[in-house]
Ligand binder design. Structure first.
Ligand code: MN
Length: 310
């Protein structure tokens, strides 16, 4: 009886509009909140929602974590060269937003897949997937998403399976697109926040925070300024602030598509960590210096899109 009541409550909850669900999630005690049953735009969840790059999958190459590509494969190629990317031994991880804004979204995705890159999901990847599913259902394709015609079934599946976060335990690193609410465990973060948030505000008690909506833009502060670890979070999304070299988080959306730079964090192979005298997994809160992370950037060939805020 209890179980079926729970099921009914959960079904009813999932029928609420998404913004109401998110509002309720931010107000209700955690234990009473149903698990998120779909992505923020109502699509099927990837499996897993939160992925892990295990030491076995990692091998012993460097890890190259790359900022928001937004349809700029030329700069992506230049950045890989500058990082001395070795296919087969190095692992490439993207902070998401491979597509939109730039002119070569499909080419960027093809390159990302060809080099064996893993991407966490960005808000623009989620939007692209939503448009794709709508196109297949209703037959209409928004002209801004015409590049989806160049997607193969494998490209689409790559998008469907983009996780909302990627942990790299060997280096004590967590990769997400937009951010995490400090003090909230990963499993309890709203998926919508992981791909959209920028600022947090205080919520009641000491060290309790919540993600603030995009508008009105004003209150709160960038989440990374108050985040304390333990994992070092590498993220993108906030191009307006460009590089955010915070103590326990590094924001690497340096506005390539806006004509500025494409940036990577290059993490050393596990063997190098050990030779540096760093435990793997690291102990305590992780800084860029403590794991030997290096920033590498290339300049955009030109400005593809005027400055904006999404
Ligand atoms: Mn974004």
């Amino acid at each position: 009886m209890g179980a079926s009541l729970c099921k009914i409550a959960e079904t009813a909850f999932n029928l609420l509009p998404r913004n109401l669900q998110n509002f309720a999630r931010s107000r209700l005690p955690r234990a009473t909140i149903p698990r998120q049953a779909a992505t923020p735009s109502g699509l099927a969840l990837p499996s897993p929602v939160h992925a892990t790059l295990t030491p076995a999958e990692l091998g012993d190459g460097q890890i190259i974590v790359i900022g928001d590509v937004h349809g700029c494969p030329v700069e992506l190629n230049a950045l890989l060269d500058k990082c001395k990317f070795q296919q087969g031994s190095d692992k490439v991880v993207f902070v998401g937003d491979l597509v939109n804004k730039g002119e070569q979204s499909a080419e960027a995705v093809h390159l990302a897949r060809q080099i064996g890159g893993i991407s966490v999901r960005g808000n623009h990847d989620e939007m692209a997937l939503e448009r794709y599913e709508m196109w297949k259902k209703c037959g209409r394709l928004d002209p801004k998403y015409k590049y989806l015609e160049q997607f193969s079934e494998e490209d689409v599946e790559y998008f469907r399976q983009m996780p909302f976060s990627l942990s790299i335990p060997s280096h004590g690193v967590l990769v997400v697109h937009a951010g995490i609410v400090p003090g909230t465990p990963l499993e309890d973060q709203l998926l919508d926040d992981l791909i959209n948030m920028r600022h947090v505000g205080a919520e009641g008690g000491a060290n309790r925070y919540k993600a603030l909506p995009k508008f009105p833009r004003s209150a709160g502060q960038p989440w990374a300024n108050i985040y304390n670890g333990p994992q070092h979070v590498i993220f993108g999304h906030h191009a307006r602030r460009r590089l955010q070299p915070c103590r326990f988080a590094t924001g690497i959306d340096t506005g390539c598509v806006l004509g500025d730079q494409l940036t990577a964090v290059v993490l050393p192979p596990v063997s190098k960590l050990r030779s540096m005298g760093v435990a793997s997994p690291p102990t305590g809160s992780v800084t860029m210096e403590s794991i030997g992370g290096q920033l590498v950037s290339v300049r955009a060939k030109r400005c593809y899109k005027a400055e904006d805020n999404d």
